[in-house]
Design a binder for this molecule. Sequence first.
Ligand code: IVH
Length: 412
Amino acid sequence: MNTSALDRDCMDALRRQIEHHNYQYYVLDEPEIPDAEYDRLMRELQALEARHPDRITPESPTQRVGGEPMQGFEEVAHRVPMLSLENAFSAAELTAFDRRIRDRLGVEQITYAAEPKLDGLAVSLRYENGLLVLGATRGDGARGEDVTQGVRTIPSIPLRLIGEGFPAVLEVRGEVYMTRSGFEALNAQARQRGGKSFANPRNAAAGSLRQLDPKVTASRPLSMFVYGFGEVEGEIADTLSESMQRIARWGLRVSPELQTVEGADACLAYYRRIEQRRDRFDYDIDGVVFKVDRLAQQRLLGHVSRAPRWAVAQKFPAQEQMTRLLDIDVQVGRTGALTPVARLEPVNLAGVTVTNATLHNEDEICRKDIRIGDRVIVRRAGDVIPQIVSVVMNRRPRNARGFKMPSRCPVC
Ligand code: IVH
């Protein structure tokens, strides 16, 4: 074999190795090699590709952040519409949902695929012959925006499926989100630079994906869980849960919380289990989703206007609420640093009464134009200290007053 053919084989082997380690790290969260070793493989591939630029393929792991900034987003029509979900806000509403389904199908008990409802943005990924060819936002459900350049930079989204047996056309749907820890770090960075911070991880994820420059998207801590299907050539399996297991083996990231449960009582128990652990996840969820597991039953049920009859979202109590900013106190830290703290009219946030929120510093108060007396949106997620997300400007009272940091320590 000549050197050129050797290099070609080597490049192919390296790409498969890197794809495998990418999958272990970003999808399974089970890295097999140290980061330095991964970097070495990547550099080796880059060096070979530099020698043979004609052999660089778009799905090569070196090509995630490709292309120049775009002028705008193209519109794409979804071949299978991206629907929304019916909500259930109580146990009674969930039981009623289950009864309706059993009555329609004339069966005693239904198996549901249950998983957390992610608070991110819905995205459709299209694979043709195993290659990622399109990423699109939900838009109005019928037409969305082409965000292929952006989704290609998300490390948990494979550019090429691994393994075999996948359909020639495979469209999967899921939620792109930003981790809470990534969101906190991003906002801390923005604050330090005096830039604009994001209100919550969902806005941050949406803002990051809808960037015309893929380099910016690549720098943001985005991830994705796949929860369903769009257009698929042929059947993958008889049930949703088995189909999800199969696509997970092709490299797509599926929620580790996905479970099948039998009947409404088991659904409610699942809901309580997830709610109890809600704060421990490194991503925001706003409820759980129950989906009829048998695909034949899903087809029989069909959908009404914009939501399938075979699925329901059972929502958690909200993590954001409106309340009034009563005052701003100044706290003196151990090191003598002064931090403004918001005193709030008590408000219940996902089961916890919140009376204070951090305001970080004077800059933050200025940037958000927060005044004492304002109606504000407060948010509490995870173990994070409650934050003021924004001011409800159209409800600002006439006597709302600005705040000035004291120039002297209020204690000494
Ligand atoms: S299943 C036909 N599963 O919630 C729609 N949706 O409020 C089937 N969502 O647009 C959707 N997590 O973007 C499903 N585990 C999950 C989800 C989920 C978040 C979103 C989805 C949908 C929205 C409806």
